[in-house]
Design a binder for this molecule. Sequence first.
Ligand SMILES: O=P(O)(O)O[C@H]1O[C@H](CO)[C@@H](O)[C@H]1O
Ligand SMILES: O=c1cc[nH]c(=O)[nH]1
Length: 235
Amino acid sequence: MTIHIGAKPGDIAETVLMPGDPRRAKWAAEQFLTDPVCVNDLRGMLGYTGTWNGNRVTIHGSGMGMPSLSIYANELLRDYGAKTLIRIGSTGAMQPHVGLRDLVIAMTCSSVSTPSSTIFRELSFAPCADYGLLRAAADAAADKGVATHIGGIYSSDTFYDERPDLNEQMTRHGILAVEMEAAELYTLAARHGARALAVLTVSDHLITGDALEGRERESSFADMVQIALTAAFPT
Ligand SMILES: O=P(O)(O)O[C@H]1O[C@H](CO)[C@@H](O)[C@H]1O
Ligand SMILES: O=c1cc[nH]c(=O)[nH]1
């Protein structure tokens, strides 16, 4: 047990899927895992371990924003020996050609800051995905026929953003979409010699203002979870 995760040693699998929303962790575990067992509920941050196609997997919430994800990812990597972390999250599209329900796989993550920024001082560290996971997720998405965009994303510290000028610069520089956790996830994985990837579903569009309804979210989130699992355990 750590300060924020109540799981016993051995309760957490080496592969962990991390949605921001703890209830998405419960939903995904119930939908996709065989014999899921709740291994953490401290602070309501749910984590489940079960198997997928015979492979042991944990699905654990990260909370919203990099400070929250950083706590859980640090403890999963340092104290529970996690080796592969895949974020499964929602994202807001920043390009006209990226549509609602499309998948975005984050190759790199730009940010204004992350909880790790202070250790880099003058260095502008470039958090990037594990290439093997990225390639496997791209293959899985292609096999499934899901519209998918692979490239740079923006990991923001704010949901209610007051910098339209910054968003304009990111759109201008090809950033596909915005979310709030992946840059720190990639940085921590690099520090701990682990693999990380973010597979995201477009839930809303910053340019058009369109947004998915609740039911539509569920079905497109299912594609994302399946693709993340297939990427973690390619056949
Ligand atoms: O759907 P999740 O995984 O929570 O991800 C996105 O949604 C939250 C904001 O509503 C932030 O956590 C953002 O990254
Ligand atoms: O962080 C997020 C997630 C979804 N949509 C957004 O606009 N921002």
